[in-house]
Each structure stands twice: as structure tokens, then as C-alpha cells.
Design a protein around this ligand. Structure first.
Ligand code: FAD
Length: 382
């Protein structure tokens, strides 16, 4: 097995690292405090090819393989996982839903600009009463001539306040369960759409996640994504790649936590010695390093399988669950090494720790993935 990074990959990663360190790092603490998505920094990412990901060039993408894409996401997430998320909008749940199920017109109108960096997009699935149990959604769609009329409330929707378009889901027939769900592409300025970002969130502060209320929103039939009743399949097939990008973000964040903890351990002295020389601190550094390497390998293996046309559903679940749990432990250890200073927002580690927690929840909570992995293993699920 060849673990070597190619020359082409090196060039992409060097450029990404430079952009992250020079253009994102100086601003991240402030926009995190302000709970503001930095559209001006995002606007610079498209021209550099950082938003095109795995989307084919014909649809404005960068045509990357999944391994290169995952490595690029790690570089960005090391500095800011929210901007890494922005780099995945086209190749993640929003963009891939359109790539895989959209009409040619929908791909040109919505996906191509997104891949060129003219997003954001929001993917609105979760509802107030449930996130994991997608099939029990209450948002309703009713056909009315050449339109559908949508009513319902979605919540915790990332980038909802700044999105240029929205993928959402509604049921035409609640009694049909998952078979009743249909996907739609919305434009935020349409009548009946209200978007309210949540404030004072614990983590993911710049992502402007919040509520989307649909009050008699008239959606042209041309904006239905896929067929009637195909919504559940669209949502589930797209989250597979979404999981890969969440896992890659976790790995980048782990690298940052390890670097921050190591730097601090080498300079902070107690009882006349740097704390890095204490075995109890070294033990944490060792755990962090091993977890980082393990998570990185799981992510790259899952990406490699996708590149080689292999089925990777269980691998995606393993990568997402392991990387986010390992990140949480790593961020926790890194916080402990920082002592009281972990509590100060003059230090970056607290931001990684706050964001780490919700990596265990998004794109399928880790309890859901734990169940899925066992079901694949036992043959209960194919
Ligand atoms: C920062 C952030 C950004 C988000 N962005 C988006 C977005 O852009 N779009 C979107 O649609 N959603 C988004 N979400 C919502 C996210 O997808 C949901 O939070 C997630 O699906 C879990 O749903 P829930 O919070 O309703 O928890 P629930 O489904 O109510 O679960 C609550 C708890 O019970 C556990 N649980 C549930 N079912 C089972 C089971 N069968 N077995 C064992 N344990 C179970 C869960 O693991 C969890 O610990 C975001 C959430 C956050 C925090």
C-alpha cells in the first residue's frame, strides 16, 4: 500500500495550508466571537479551487479524488473547521444531492455556482421534534397544479441565515413513512420563508445555524429534486459523503489540538520543569498522537474505497464515529494540559473543545453510527 503524497497533492495541500494560515487564522477568533460567517474570506476560496472538491469540472468543480479532497479538508479544519465545512458544501450533502439526483438545469443553476464558491447552501432535514428519526418528519408538501405548497419548521440548519439556496425535505404522505418524503430546492427570498440564526451557541458559532420556517411556500415543480417519494434515499445517500467530510474535519482539528497541547507543554513550567517532561502529561500526548494517526488512516481508507468504487458505508460510519469520539478525547486532554488558560478565549484550544462536542452529533449521532456498524457486521443491513 502506497502512503506517499503525490506531487500534485502536495501542491494542493501547500496552497491550502498557506491560505488557511494567512487568510483564515488571523480572523477566526473574532468571527467566532461575533458568531458571523465570514463571507469575505469564503469569497476568496472559490477562485483558488477550494470549494470545488470532488464535483466534476463540467459542474464548476475541482474534480478531485476523495483522498485528495479529505486531505485538503484536514488542512483547512486544522485552522477552522467552519471554513473547512464551507469547502465541503458542493461535495457534501447539499451539492451531492443535486449532482446525483438533480436535472441538468438544476445542476447548472444551483450546483455549478456552489462548486465555484458562490454559496453557501443549507441542507434542511432536522426538525424540532427529531433529528435521528428522519422518516417521522412533519413538514408537509401538497401538490397544487404546477407547484407544491410546503409547511413546516426545520431546525439547527447550518448556514441557514446566509444560504443562497436550500435543499429541504417534506412528506406528501405521512402514513407512507420514508416513502412519502420528497426533496425540494428552495430559494430563500421566496414568500413564506423565514430564517432565524440561533445566537450564543456553545459551538459552531460562525456557522449561523438556526431555524427555517416554511409557511405556505409555493415551490415550482421544476424545483422538486428527484422523484416524488425519493427524498429519504436522497438524504441518506448524500450523508455518506457528508460523513467523510465530518471525519476529515475531526482529523484536522485533532492535529491542531495536538500541536497546541505540545507547544504549551514544552513552555509551561511547574516545580522547575516543563510540564511536557511529566509522564502524566506525556501519556496524554501519546494518546492524542495515536488517536490522530488511527483516525487519519480510517478516513483515508474510506476515501480510498470511494475512489476505487468500493462500497464504503460501514467505513464512513466507522471513520465518522471514531474520528469524532477521538477528537473529543483529544480536545479534552489538550484542554487539561492548558490548565486555567484553557478557559480563556485568548487561547484557541477552547474553541476546538466546544466544536468537538457537536462532531459527535452531526451527520448521524455516534449512537446511530454505533448501531449501523454492528448491523453491517452482523449482516442485518447491506
Ligand atoms: C451545530 C449543529 C449543526 C447542525 N447542522 C444541521 C444541518 O445543517 N442540517 C440538518 O438537517 N441538521 C443539522 N443539525 C442537526 C443534527 O443533524 C441533529 O442534531 C442530529 O441528527 C441528531 O438529532 P437530534 O439533535 O434531534 O437528536 P435526537 O435524534 O433527538 O437524539 C437525541 C439523543 O438520543 C440518541 N438516540 C436517538 N435515537 C437513538 C437510537 N435509535 N439508539 C440510540 N440512541 C439514540 C442520539 O444519539 C442523541 O444522543 C445540526 C446540529 C448541530 C448541533
Amino acid at each position: 500500500m502506497d502512503f506517499k503524497i503525490s506531487e500534485e497533492q502536495t501542491a494542493i495541500l501547500d496552497m491550502t495550508r498557506r491560505f488557511a494560515r494567512e487568510r483564515i487564522r488571523p480572523h477566526v477568533r473574532q468571527y467566532d466571537r461575533d458568531e458571523r460567517f465570514p463571507l469575505e474570506i469564503y469569497a476568496e476560496m472559490g477562485p483558488l479551487g477550494l470549494t470545488g472538491g470532488v464535483i466534476p469540472e463540467a459542474y464548476g468543480g475541482a474534480g478531485m479524488d476523495f483522498v485528495t479532497y479529505a486531505l485538503m479538508v484536514m488542512e483547512l479544519a486544522e485552522v477552522c473547521q467552519v471554513m473547512a465545512c464551507a469547502a465541503t458544501w458542493a461535495s457534501g450533502v447539499g451539492g451531492l444531492s443535486v449532482l446525483n439526483f438533480g436535472t441538468e438545469e438544476q445542476k447548472q443553476k444551483y450546483l455549478a455556482p456552489l462548486a465555484r464558491g458562490q454559496g453557501p447552501v443549507a441542507f434542511a432535514l432536522t426538525e424540532t421534534h427529531t433529528g435521528s428519526d428522519v422518516a417521522s418528519m412533519r413538514t408537509r408538501a401538497v401538490r397544487d397544479g404546477d407547484h407544491y405548497v410546503l409547511n413546516g419548521t426545520k431546525t439547527w440548519i447550518s448556514a441557514v441565515a446566509v444560504a443562497r439556496w436550500i435543499v429541504t425535505f417534506a412528506t406528501l404522505d405521512a402514513s407512507a413513512g420514508r416513502k412519502g418524503i420528497t426533496a425540494f430546492l428552495l430559494e430563500p427570498e421566496w414568500a413564506g420563508i423565514t430564517r432565524t440564526p440561533f445566537k450564543n451557541k456553545v459551538g459552531f458559532r460562525p456557522l449561523e445555524s438556526g431555524e427555517l420556517v416554511l409557511d405556505n411556500v409555493r415551490v415550482p415543480v421544476a424545483n422538486r429534486l428527484g422523484e416524488e417519494g425519493q427524498g429519504f434515499k436522497i438524504a441518506m445517500s448524500s450523508v455518506e459523503s457528508g460523513r467523510l467530510t465530518v471525519a476529515a474535519r475531526c482529523v484536522g482539528m485533532m492535529r491542531a489540538c495536538l500541536a497546541l497541547a505540545s507547544d504549551y507543554a514544552k513552555t509551561r513550567e511547574t516545580f522547575g520543569q516543563p510540564i511536557g517532561q511529566r509522564q502524566l502529561v506525556q501519556s496524554k500526548i501519546t494518546d492524542m498522537r495515536v488517536a490522530y494517526e488511527t483516525a487519519r488512516l480510517l478516513v483515508l481508507q474510506a476515501a480510498w474505497k470511494k475512489d476505487n468504487g468500493e462500497r464504503a458505508r460501514a467505513d464512513m460510519s466507522m471513520a465518522k464515529m471514531y474520528a469524532s469520539d477521538a477528537l473529543m478525547r483529544t480536545a479534552e486532554d489538550a484542554m487539561q494540559i492548558h490548565g486555567a488558560y484553557g478557559c480563556s478565549d485568548e487561547y484557541d484550544i477552547g474553541r476546538y473543545w466546544r466544536d468537538a462536542k457537536f462532531m459527535q452529533t452531526i451527520e448521524g449521532s455516534n449512537e446511530i453510527h454505533r448501531g449501523l456498524i454492528a448491523e453491517y457486521e452482523l449482516g442485518y443491513r447491506q
